[in-house]
Design a protein around this ligand. Structure first.
Ligand code: ADP
Ligand code: SF4
Length: 692
């Protein structure tokens, strides 16, 4: 280990327990519930194995009145849930780490869609979501004194269950719009009793939750407070620098640990496109000066030097990691072993967060094994040995080809990767140079760095391969990873394909990647709905072009609401004076004007445009594959045993799909039906519980 980093491996006392080092996997959503307890245990246990000293659950509901369905939230409501979480504790303890549980009551921010219990809130004010996916139409009840006592009793009951399950650290949650947070903020808390009004009164509910939890389990478990400080820090306080200072001062040594964060998912888990590493510091930097208790915070930390600096400058005691721990569960061990160059750094794309919004277990662009540890038996650092002497030829060095090559090489196969481009990286060579996306280059940088260290790997840029080359190269396993092409296809108002717009000056992202500079004014027409349309519009505007943006969706880059980017994309387009037209179909283009029509009313508008960039449908670049498959009779004599398509050439998708596809290909080589996965089932040792 580099001696500079030794400080990261010091133990830290947290109440009655000791964290073995300063690496703290803070609570983060995993989309893994009591429906998949083994998947969850293996996911969390792998992080403990990788050196995280504390490993936490995501939010765990204390009671059915905190019901976030259809989002995939976890519960600790009865003995089956205790057993289910115990599996995670056992997996975490096996590697000497502490297990933490984020007990959670959503209050007026949840809709209790399954339990149908009227949601709880201090003053009847709900979270007002502006996106349809998160909207609901039930407004919360106003809690009376009995409701307050009930919520505290449920927290205590859940804390006792958590202790039985084996947890070492038990949380009170007062962040991100949930119940404790609603009591803290005057906008949500209009109460005139002892729980409302002054900051001292608004803190009372959270304080009581902490005290009651400490009384119940504090002899053996640490009691942590997770709190959002962004909005409180903006508020003036007569006797303190801000209300955030006042709140932390009033409770300063009550919890055993302060876990401090921002208020909303887009600012707390900011995408790298808009938030750098360590972006929380400006909000949470004061906490350590106000408390004697240890402080943990996040900031998408992947650089050990930044981590050391956070500790030495007195900002944090424990380095919190959510996304960095998903992208590389072995980040701490790599630092400990002097292998920090091998860290698979999070790129800040927030696909992991989109998994939660999609209602499924976590997926990660950088780490294809996330969520696959148990069901597919994929370990991030261990690979089964190659079962043959076969040589693997991969055609295409994009994310899919690089991942396939790396994993096959780690298994011990001799691997050749050929790409027609002068550099390897595929679509990322262009995309990671677009505004805000430089961190995304980590996808190819991590893989190329690793591949270049290996003696059984040959990398051939500037090598466009055709059928004869492939038949003559004496490789037994052929992976075609030639990617996909953007098309000029359009769709009708019924969302039915309606042919291509093939005239001059109509371009796709592939044309821009090849160096074409469209003549302005330029209309970017986007029904891909992910990042690329918006970021291309931004890039063209930054180059001084007059740009407009249109989409059939209701928002610019509409799907990026899933990755927490959408509000900032909208702000950015606005900043560059890019006119946004939503609900728009592209009807025609005469070289100087595009005609758009409203998708619902068919009302037409003209848009000045000398060029159009269509960011819409991608189709596989599979010509080589099909050409090759015409020569199946020659495969035996060429020694070819298998030909597979990997990544976008099989099914065009986001980077996360390409990397997973490449990984799966290499894991499955010589393994028969290995791509099948085990289906997890809930634990049901006890009879169904009564919900009161
Ligand atoms: P994916 O996301 O599936 O990895 P990409 O489009 O990012 O797909 O990468 C595909 C890569 O395949 C590109 O780098 C491209 O240059 C390369 N490629 C396409 N056809 C050939 C070919 N015939 N020979 C070599 N490389 C090719
Ligand atoms: Fe990081 Fe993206 Fe992986 Fe999330 S999905 S952990 S943001 S690389």
């Amino acid at each position: 280990m580099n001696t500079r980093y030794e400080i990261l491996f010091e133990p830290v006392q947290i109440g009655p327990v000791v964290a073995p080092n300063r690496f703290y996997q803070v609570p983060h959503a995993s989309g893994m519930t009591e429906a998949n307890p083994r998947v969850r245990a293996a996911f969390r246990g792998t992080k403990a194995e990788g050196g995280w000293g504390v490993v936490s659950t995501g939010a765990v509901s204390t009671h059915p009145s905190s019901d976030d369905s259809p989002l995939p939230f976890a519960r600790l409501w009865d003995e089956n849930d205790v057993r289910s979480h115990a599996l995670s504790c056992e997996a975490i303890h096996e590697h000497g780490a502490l297990a933490a549980i984020e007990l959670w009551h959503g209050g007026g921010a949840v809709m209790n869609r399954t339990s149908r219990i009227a949601p709880y809130s201090p003053s009847g004010i709900p979270w007002a979501a502006t996106h349809v996916g998160f909207m609901g139409n039930l407004r919360p009840r106003i809690m009376d004194k009995k409701d307050i006592r009930d919520v505290i009793d449920w927290q205590v009951a859940a804390a006792l269950r958590a202790k039985r399950a084996g947890f070492d650290i038990v949380y009170i949650y007062a962040g991100m719009g949930y119940l404790g947070y609603q009591f803290l903020l005057e906008e949500y808390n209009h109460r005139t009793d002892e729980y409302g009004g002054s900051v001292k009164n608004r803190v009372r509910f959270v304080n009581e939750l902490i005290e009651a939890t400490k009384d119940a389990v504090g002899d053996t478990c640490a009691v942590a407070l997770r709190i959002s400080l962004e909005e409180l820090r903006r508020k003036k306080s007569p006797h303190y620098e801000s209300e955030a200072h006042e709140v932390v001062s009033l409770m300063s040594d009550t919890p055993d640990l302060w876990d401090v964060k921002m208020d909303s998912s887009p600012t707390d888990c900011g995408a790298s496109r808009f938030r750098p590493e360590g972006a929380h510091e400006a909000v949470i930097d004061f906490v350590k000066q106000v408390t004697q208790k240890p402080v943990v915070g996040v900031g998408r930390f992947t650089s050990p030097d930044t981590m050391v600096s956070q500790i030495k400058r007195g900002v944090l005691d424990l380095i919190g990691g959510a996304r960095p721990s998903i992208a590389d569960p072995f980040l701490p061990n790599k630092i400990k072993e002097g292998r920090e160059d091998e860290i698979r750094e999070c790129i800040g794309c927030n696909i992991c967060i989109s998994s939660w919004h999609d209602g499924v277990p976590v997926r990660c662009t950088q780490n294809a094994t996330a969520g696959e540890e148990w069901r597919r038996n994929w370990h991030p650092e261990k690979f089964s040995k190659a079962d043959s002497e076969d040589k693997v030829l991969i055609i295409g060095g994009g994310p899919a080809g690089l991942e396939a090559g790396l994993i096959a090489a780690r298994r011990g196969y001799e691997v050749t990767i050929a790409d027609k481009n002068s550099e390897l990286g595929g679509r990322l060579l262009y995309e990671s140079k677009l505004p805000g996306l430089s961190n995304w280059a980590r996808v190819q940088d991590y893989r190329l760095y690793a591949l270049r260290q290996m003696a059984n790997v040959n990398l051939y840029p500037e090598s466009e391969l055709g059928v004869d080359d492939i038949l003559g190269l004496e490789h037994q396993r052929i992976a075609i990873a030639t990617g996909a092409n953007w098309t000029r296809a359009l769709y009708s108002s019924l969302e039915i394909p309606k042919g291509q717009m093939n005239q001059e000056n109509v371009y796709t992202p592939d044309d821009l990647a090849a160096g074409i500079v469209p003549e302005g004014p330029i209309l970017v027409y986007d029904f891909d709905n992910y990042y690329l349309g918006g970021v291309i519009a931004e890039a063209l505007a930054r180059e001084g072009k007059e740009v407009s943006y249109a989409t059939p969706a209701g928002h610019a880059s509409a799907w990026t609401i899933m990755t927490n980017e959408q509000p900032f994309i909208h702000q950015t387009l606005d900043k560059f004076n890019i006119e946004i037209t939503t609900q728009a179909l592209l009807n025609s283009f005469d070289g100087s004007r595009a005609v758009l029509s409203n998708i619902f009313t068919a009302k037409q508008v003209d848009q000045a445009a000398n060029s159009i960039v269509i960011v819409g449908l991608r189709l596989p670049n599979d010509g080589l594959y099909h050409e090759l498959m015409k020569h199946t009779d020659d495969f035996d004599s060429a020694g070819i045993k298998s030909i597979d398509r990997v990544g976008d050439v099989l099914a065009p998708g986001a980077l996360v799909h390409a990397v997973h596809s490449g990984h799966q290909y290499a894991r499955d080589l010589d393994q028969g039906n290995a791509s099948l996965y085990l289906r997890d089932i809930p634990i049901a040792e006890h009879p169904p519980s009564e919900i009161i």
